[in-house]
Write a protein that binds this ligand. Sequence first.
Ligand code: HEC
Ligand code: HEC
Ligand code: HEC
Ligand code: HEC
Length: 369
Amino acid sequence: MKTFVTVLGASIAFFLTIAMFGLTDWDRPPLAVQQSGFRGTAMDQIHTRAGAAETKAANVAPAPADPAEPGEELAGATYENVQVLKNVSVNEFNRLMVSMTEWVSPEQGCTYCHNTENMADDSLYQKKVARRMLQMTQHINESWKDNHVGGTGVTCFTCHRGQPVPAHVWFTDPGPNRPGGFTARNNGQNLAKASVGLASLPYDTLTEYLADKTIDNNAIRVNATTALPTTKGKPIQDAEKTYGLMIHMSEGLGVNCTFCHNTRAISNWSQSTPQRTTAWHGIRMVRDINGNYLEPLTSTFPTARLGVLGDVPKVNCTTCHNGQSKPLNGASMIEAYPELAKSTETASAADPVPADPAPADPAPTPAPQ
Ligand code: HEC
Ligand code: HEC
Ligand code: HEC
Ligand code: HEC
């Protein structure tokens, strides 16, 4: 009996193994491989075809509203309390209000931002935030056109996607609420936070690298620039923070390190892809958005919208990119809404253009020690 069961078990296992190779369901998923660097450098982006199709389907841009009838009347002259869109025609203004509702609050409608008894009333915080968001969107499309968002640009939909609160916002992470001890100075590690891909890397790299607009331009650089050390260099803890940020960027864009780096010479700009330069500017753009637009709104937001430390919800790469290297499958968002492409206020009221952030000297200066 025992022998019989053994033989039976072995034969079932044998036939199941054969079936495994024969049935399509057991196959390795079909892969789509895209080369992102020179031949032989192993710079490839590898996705499963099903995953790529799913991401594509989840990031479809909505069709723009029908063009507005031309009109001479300006919104600033017609309405009582228009501060940003003053020089936009009334027809264009109303078309934009309808689109903004579709992009940000399709379920709540105009009442999400307006007291419908008096549209000019500014009592809802949502309207005050939305006014600043209009300036922010114009600033992104105008000042970061050449270095990051290109002709594609962004609208409210790029971040909001039909929701008042974008799916990907972040707050400063205060870390675990536990008393000190031997592990009190753990450099924020071993907590497996989603912001660093569940790795045991420092969990709050976003606050350090993406929230501080006055940060040293070389803060992220950690590699030595000379074959032999000439200065003390940066500690390994800094390298771990840089890796944490790099994992966020890779996940946010749905790519791996070789989308930007030739991993045989990570820090070398001449061996990196052009996308790395776009990313370099992207890091500065995110600091600009968080530092100059969101942070000043801290007192405008109700407390319920703030983080545990009382900080505003902030933007990172994923807020716009949502797992794609070009948001919304690269669809041009700005063409149909020229009023969002640049400031519609008088020149003096426009926001200051950031100093040219070009990495003029690709070699980082030695770390100060
Ligand atoms: C996401 C927020 C938001 C939504 C939704 C929204 N608006 Fe507005 N609305 C604003 C902001 C911000 C202003 C002020 C713009 C400025 O200062 O340039 C404004 C101004 C207006 C004004 C001018 C009022 C005045 O007299 O000063 C009208 C009219 C208006 N909106 C109509 C609408 C209508 C109709 C809808 C729904 C289809 C709508 N809005 C949906 C944010 C919103
Ligand atoms: C770069 C990304 C980005 C863009 C572009 C953007 N927003 Fe926002 N928006 C945010 C973030 C982040 C918040 C904070 C989320 C929160 O309120 O918790 C926010 C909050 C808001 C809120 C407040 C929601 C709430 O209830 O707290 C409104 C209203 C809003 N945005 C309107 C707009 C409008 C209108 C536009 C286009 C003119 C726009 N946004 C463009 C990122 C963006
Ligand atoms: C979307 C482009 C992009 C991706 C993807 C990316 N990086 Fe980076 N990486 C950059 C940029 C840009 C810098 C320089 C940042 C700065 O100087 O402000 C950088 C800097 C670095 C540095 C510091 C280099 C120096 O000069 O000291 C390291 C190390 C690094 N990346 C590792 C990685 C790793 C590991 C991955 C994959 C997990 C990765 N990167 C993915 C763009 C990228
Ligand atoms: C305000 C929205 C927004 C944010 C935030 C943002 N990006 Fe982008 N990014 C875009 C748009 C739009 C494009 C497409 C530009 C184009 O079509 O030329 C783009 C393009 C890129 C590209 C070039 C992709 C390619 O295939 O050529 C890279 C790399 C990139 N972004 C990296 C980043 C990184 C890294 C961050 C975070 C530090 C970031 N971006 C944050 C909007 C954004």
